[in-house]
Structures are given as C-alpha cells and as structure tokens.
Design a protein around this ligand. Sequence first.
Ligand code: EPU
Length: 340
Amino acid sequence: MDLQLETHVPLVAMNTFGVAAHAERLVRVHSARDVRLVVDHPQWGALPKLVLGGGSNILITHDPKQLVVKVEIGGMRVLRDDVDAAIIEAGAGVQWHELVRWSLDIGLPGLENLALIPGTVGAAPVQNIGAYGMELADRFDSLDAVDLTTGRMVTLDARACRFGYRDSLFKRELAGKSLITQVRLRLPKPWQPVLGYADLSRHFGKLGHPEPDARQIFDAVCAIRRAKLPDPALLGNAGSFFKNPVVNRTIRNEILQDFPEIVSYPLDDGTFKLAAAWMIDASGWKGKSMGRAAVDARHALVLVNKGGASGEEIKALACAVQRAVAQKFGITLEFEPVVI
Ligand code: EPU
C-alpha cells in the first residue's frame, strides 16, 4: 500500500485525554518498511517527526508542527515455545491489552498483571509500563526500532533499553529519534503467579482463594482497575499523571515525622517510593476541578478531561497540583506523560 500524507488531521480520537488538536501532516505506517520509506522520502525525510502510538501517554498542548507518524503495525505471533520460556512478538501498533488477552487465550500466561493498561505495544517499553507488581522489563526480551534519521534498523535487548521506573532510553537519549516497530516478550515457564501487590493479595484473600490461576489474576486486575481508574473511553485521561517520587531514607524519615500516615514502599536499593496519590489527596486536590480539567475523584494520581478541556488547561491543573504538593511536602512531582 502506498503511503498517504493526510493533512489537517483531527487528533481528538488519537489521544486518550481526548484533547482537540490537529496534525498539520500525518502519515500512517503499517510496517518497518513503511517507516524506512518515510525516512528516505524526498520531502518528508528531513521533517521533524512525532511518533504517535495509542496516544495514552501524551498531553497535547498545541497543534504539532512535526510530521506525525501514526504507528499501525499489527501482528502477533509465537516465535518459540520451549520448556523454559515462550517468546511472543507483536507489532508496535497492537493494543497492549489485546496482546495480554491473546497470550492467555493461546495458553501462554505471564502478562496477566499488566491487563487493561491503555496504549499500544510499541509505547509499552518507552515508559516501561507497570502495574500490580509487574513491569514490562520483567517480561521483556527485545525490540526492533528504526532510526528516524538514518532509517537503520536496530534490535535492542533489555540491557540496551535501560529500563527504570516508568523510564527507558526512549524517554531520554533516543527521545524522538527512533520508532519501535516490533516488541518481543519472554514468558518464563513454569508460570508463577505474581501476587505481591497489596490490592491483589487482598482481593484473593477476601475470596479465600490463595492460589489463583493466570485467568483469575487477569480478571482480578481488570476488576480492580475498573473500580479504581476511570476508563479513557468514557472520561479522557492518561492513567497516572505523576510518577511516584523516589527519595532517600533521610528525606523519607523527615517527611514521616510530619506525616506519619504517608504511604511509602522500600525499594531494593535502600531508597523509598512515596505514594504521589496519597500526597495529592492529603493536599486537598482529589476531585478538585480547574476549568474543564479535574483531579479524578476516585484516584488522585489521574487527571481527567471533564469534556472539552484543552491541553493547556490540563497542564495548568497539573502545575497547580505540583505546586501544592511541593509546598506541603517539599517534593516536586514529575509528570508521567510526555507533554508536547
Ligand atoms: N491513594 C490515596 N489516594 C488516592 C489513591 C491512592 O491515598 O486517591 C493511596 C492508596 O491508598 C495506596 C497508595 O496511594 O496506599 C498507592 O495507590 P495505588 O495502589 O492505586 O497505586 P499508585 O502508586 O497510585 C501505581 C501506578 C499505576 C498502577 C498502580 C497499581 C505509578 C505512577 N502508577 O499507582 O499505574 O496501575 O500502581 O500497580 O506508578 C499508570 O502508570 O498509568 C498507572 C495507572
């Protein structure tokens, strides 16, 4: 299929915040070959590019001037199914949740804790998606990406991707410089449940169900997410808007003196992750609106578009929340989505 340049394309349905903006120019890519054709194209090749996946981790505050490259690379397959692990591969444009569901349906569990996370497979490594005791990095094998300057294809393993908490090479050195085309995941065997997260263990404790199977964990994660987080299809949002800040023991102890109830989790390296949702809640911002943007009434980490909010309006709310938390706790919350 020939590549088509679309002009003045509405982006409202292409970002989960549902912010109205327009792309001056947009091209949809369906394969790595398409991406190389864009890079080598006599007119488009030299243009700055904005890669757009499912639009679930982006806040658009103005009409992008770049050439928007919309990733629609499909396909899911099993590459290998051995005694120690299965390797599955998916195109970057596949919906992440579809991959989780498909892998369970074909009898290859291992991604169930990451059910219902909005966004595409290609976006998953960028921010190292994580939930309910599991991160993408825990199941990652490798990915293919195309360099947007040279058109060269690279394959990167987990080490090369430099995953961190909601972080990777693609948010740093490679930000805006490459386009992920395929992602491969490693599902270890025998399958082991991951039930360390409090919400999950509580859920199965209540059911008197200490040894759930993968399908039951999938169902539980879906139910917990549906109960706690607004569905972007119904209320525009990008999941957690802020990262949970990581601080050293001294800072955590200082905060603990003034706020003994603060929720924090010890990390392996001796630092502590503080629950940003708790801090926002304690700052009085949960459920509060500013114009047409609001802090979600059920989960304080999520900012929502109540209808017709602009990206600037949502950003203004985010900055107000950030200031309030900084004033109360002396901690500056970092945004999770990319703001453009
Ligand atoms: N809390 C509050 N007020 C709230 C919400 C939560 O005080 O309005 C408290 C809770 O009581 C809990 C603590 O804050 O003790 C943490 O809340 P939760 O378990 O919901 O997790 P989180 O740290 O707020 C993280 C991820 C979510 C992920 C959940 C479950 C980040 C930035 N967010 O949220 O990821 O689903 O854990 O694993 O790490 C996302 O990235 O978009 C996302 C939704």
